[in-house]
Ligand binder design. Structure first.
Ligand code: PLP
Length: 395
């Protein structure tokens, strides 16, 4: 009889968003007259369509696949076409960070790499996560039965957890700008994390999925903007929120040549893992991804990002008006706020859904320190975002 990996039995029964979907479905069944009033500001999915320059590039790529001379089968390396890796490298250069194209691997989104990177590290490693946390980091390590310790992100530190220098660990996951809290690390704070990692011979897995939302010049767009990061960090990024690729699927992971575990270069081991378990991203999608980094593509995606940033401002202004404590909204598409009147996260979720028909995400779903906090996203439609904020104020 096959034996299950029993670590799976230790996971929460439902992934956060499945629980939320179930609650919404129940509400719809019980309140068919209110279905059209529901405004979704929960799941962090984009709503604006793919930029025209990207669509044109995907179509061109698909056309090439239909012609014998330009048809492409398996990609040789599975690490991504050179034209895309060069484009990503050029993008980094745009904000002053030198990354060689050979240090980049293209993937089908940051979630896969965030989850799969655990494969190359031993299960005895101690994992340090910030709490609250993007659940993928916790789940993928729990699946391997690893010891996880937490650094608290809370009201006192503005939801920017810092390391306890007396506590050792092997692998650290950082996400900046952060999902769920919208907070973003300054260069000084990142330097402290890097020094801590190097003192412990630890590796930082740095998730920069929301870097495109940074507006403040003091907030680094990449951990590699900070000295010492090349010796201790892996960076994962995604076009999902940058360019609306949640349904297209493309991202990239950067592992510098200098990064070693003991004497072994990490990039070689990761390449070996990917070589056995991943066959690359489809050619048309990579063509579309490369178009994101062209001048035309950048102009178009920045327009979409500005739209979401304006939504974030509208939500943040409402928090100010209501006197709610919050982080994010600036440098981030997420607004993370304290539930009013001492309500619990799920209690406030139920209140918003049942009374105002606004759907958000209970902070508790992201960890202990999320209790009593709540996340709204700025990825929605402008009119609906405005309407939701009117409902909040009137209530
Ligand atoms: N990392 C963070 C912090 C995220 O919030 C998300 C998606 O919401 C991802 C990674 C996954 O992105 P992708 O769509 O590239 O898999």
């Amino acid at each position: 009889m096959p034996k299950l990996n029993e670590n799976f039995l230790t996971l929460e029964k439902n992934y956060l968003f499945i629980t939320i979907a179930e609650k919404i479905n129940k509400f719809k069944t019980e309140n068919p007259d209110k279905i059209d009033r529901i405004i979704r500001m929960g799941i962090g999915d984009v709503t604006l369509p793919i930029a025209p320059a990207v669509v044109a590039a995907v179509k061109k790529g698909a056309d090439e696949m239909g012609v014998k001379e330009t048809f492409k089968g398996y990609e040789d390396s599975g690490a991504g076409y050179d034209f895309l890796k060069q484009a990503v490298s050029g993008y980094y250069k745009g904000f002053g960070v030198e990354i060689d194209a050979n240090e980049i691997r293209i993937n089908d989104g940051a979630k896969s790499d965030c989850g799969n990177i655990v494969d190359i590290f031993d299960n005895s490693n101690v994992i340090l996560l910030t709490d609250p946390v993007y659940p993928v980091y916790a789940d993928s390590n729990k699946m391997s039965g690893r010891k996880i310790i937490y650094a608290a992100s809370n009201e006192e530190n503005n939801f920017s957890a810092m390391p306890d220098l007396d506590v050792a660990c092997d692998i650290i996951y950082l996400c900046s700008p952060n999902n769920p809290t919208g907070s973003a690390y300054t260069a000084e704070q990142l330097k402290i994390w890097i020094n801590y990692a190097r003192k412990n011979n630890a590796i930082i897995i740095y998730d920069a999925a929301y870097e495109a939302f940074i507006t403040d010049p003091d907030i680094p767009r990449s951990i590699f903007a900070i000295d010492g990061a090349r010796e201790c960090a892996i960076e994962m990024c995604s076009l999902s929120k940058t360019a609306g690729f949640t349904g297209m699927r493309c991202g990239y992971t950067v592992i510098p040549k200098e990064l070693k575990a003991g004497d072994v270069p990490v990039s070689g081991i990761w390449g070996r893992r990917q070589g056995s378990k991943f066959n690359g991203v489809s050619y048309p999608v990579q063509c579309g991804a490369a178009a994101v980094f062209t001048d035309e593509g950048q102009m178009q995606i920045k327009k979409n990002i500005a739209y979401y940033q304006e939504n974030a401002k509208i939500i943040a202004a409402t928090m100010d008006k209501l006197g709610y404590k919050y982080t994010g909204g600036k440098n981030s598409p997420y607004i993370w706020f304290k539930c009013p009147n001492g309500m619990g996260s799920w209690e406030y979720f139920d209140y918003l859904l049942n009374e105002l028909q606004v759907v958000g995400t209970p902070g508790e779903g992201f960890g202990e320190n999320g209790k009593g906090w709540f996340r709204l996203t700025a990825f929605g439609d402008r009119e609906k975002t405005e309407e939701a904020m009117i409902r909040l104020v009137n209530a």
